[in-house]
Design a binder for this molecule. Sequence first.
Ligand code: SAH
Length: 250
Amino acid sequence: MSEIRLIINYAEVSSGKIIELSKGDKRYLFNVLRCAEGENILILDGMGRSFSAKIVDKNHIEILEENEQLKEDKLNLILCQALLKGEKMDFIIQKATELGVLKIIPFISERCVIKKTNKIERWRRIAKEASEQSGRLTIPDIDSIKNFDELLASINNGILFWEKAKISLVDVFFELSLSEPIFLIVGPEGGFSSDEVSRALKKEIKIASLGNRILRADTAAIVSLSLVSFLCENYVIIKKNEYNIEGKSF
Ligand code: SAH
């Protein structure tokens, strides 16, 4: 199968169709990946289907047939990330996409330095490129920005990460439902206020620590996603073996 992957708007893709490439896709195929005419590539529709295709010329590709056997392992994790300064959100969106996140919800909380942004379209582009790079069949959604209370009102089955929490992630993980999306909530550079933490608790969001050290928000986002996805993927094994680490049964 071709190593070259390109994601094209799902509405356009069907077998036998010739598709005109967008400017961005042309740049990606010919300048970045140095593809040649006649080369076979893999087209993903961003909604879970994949097709083999051929580069016809510098402007067109032809969709050949659908690959039925490719299916993405769906990870039901949604990252809720408070807005961060500079390029940190770009980094989080790229890495969270590689780690298989289903959706990212940016939000504004009390201590956010940034209170609005016009970067949503840029983040959607980053998610598309990271999906292509990592061979995902779907692109994670980047939601529009919510404030903290709107966020709390729209979620359940979540964990808010708080550096002052006494309870570890492992202890709250097994209280979550794995059959519905799990929301992971990470704060801004200045952290959450204790008032925000108690509002989340009232909504039955779990509060958990990621260890004794204070992580930068971008580190915390990646670590929380990695750890929770690992726990989800190994849930059955962990349960079966009844692991007991440092006196903690889980
Ligand atoms: N301003 C705070 C730290 C905020 S860290 C201080 O200096 O004390 C930014 C975000 O990362 C936090 O809101 C939290 O969601 C997450 N985070 C960082 N370290 C963490 C830890 N050890 N446990 C849980 N969450 C952590």
